[in-house]
Ligand binder design. Structure first.
Ligand SMILES: [Zn+2]
Length: 229
């Protein structure tokens, strides 16, 4: 039997593709990433892939491994601070900072809403760490709209610190981050469809409404201190 002809693809592109497949497989193992499905989104649109953000950083050894890949990418640049928001991104940013040769410190902003608008607040204790000229690596778990990251970028700019780059696990390719150097383990944009034009509906694939139903039918578990009488 003759050998198959060698692929003409650029080896770097092939390597990136293989790496992305491995990272997707890891995210699948955490239970966060669902592929080859037919999912109803909260917007009413349909899609074939879905990622549950809260589950992405639940496996410490996976998070550490993925964080180390991000750290390795940014290893040639000195970093003073790794800055993130939100619980998932913060877990990841710890892993990135731990593996970066500069031994940066980890700082986080807290997310909130003000008058219906998203807002990121930097606790005052961190202000002395973020000064003019401080080299900052921004870390995010999933970048889907880029709105949180853009607020972080604005915050760093406001303090006169310097952004080294942005590292994340997953980035929707359509997101614009003002030309900042972004390194993402997975860069993917899954198409979403109007139900009327959905090819999966046309094929008769059953619609998975679980993720939407979960939001409306199930309440998160919560406990509370009793009211004092
Ligand atoms: Zn559909």
């Amino acid at each position: 039997m003759s050998a198959a002809p060698a692929p003409k693809k650029d080896p770097a592109a092939v390597e990136a593709e293989v790496r992305e497949k491995i990272h997707l497989e890891i995210l699948k193992r955490t239970g966060a990433y669902h592929a080859n499905d037919h999912v109803l989104l909260p917007s009413g649109q349909h899609t074939s892939e879905y990622i549950e953000k809260t589950l992405v950083t639940t496996e410490p050894s996976f998070t550490e491994g993925l964080g180390a890949v991000i750290a390795k990418h940014f290893a040639p640049w000195p970093v003073d601070i790794v800055l993130s928001t939100g619980p998932g991104a913060l877990i990841l940013s710890h892993c990135v900072a731990r593996a970066h040769p500069s031994r940066p410190v980890v700082v986080y902003g807290t997310k909130g809403l003000s008058g219906g608008k998203r807002r990121v607040t930097l606790p005052v204790e961190f202000h002395r760490l973020l000064r003019p000229g401080t080299k900052v690596l921004l870390v995010e778990d999933l970048v889907s709209t880029g709105s949180t990251l853009n607020l972080l970028i604005e915050l760093v700019d406001q303090l006169g610190a310097q952004i080294v780059g942005v590292g994340c696990l997953w980035r929707r390719t359509s997101v614009d981050l003002g030309g900042r150097p972004v390194f993402s383990l997975v860069s993917r944009d899954f198409p979403t469809y109007n139900p009327a034009e959905c090819p999966l509906c046309r094929k008769g694939v059953p619609l998975n409404e679980e993720f939407v139903r979960r939001r409306t039918h199930r309440k998160p578990s919560a406990v509370q201190e009793p009211h004092s009488s």
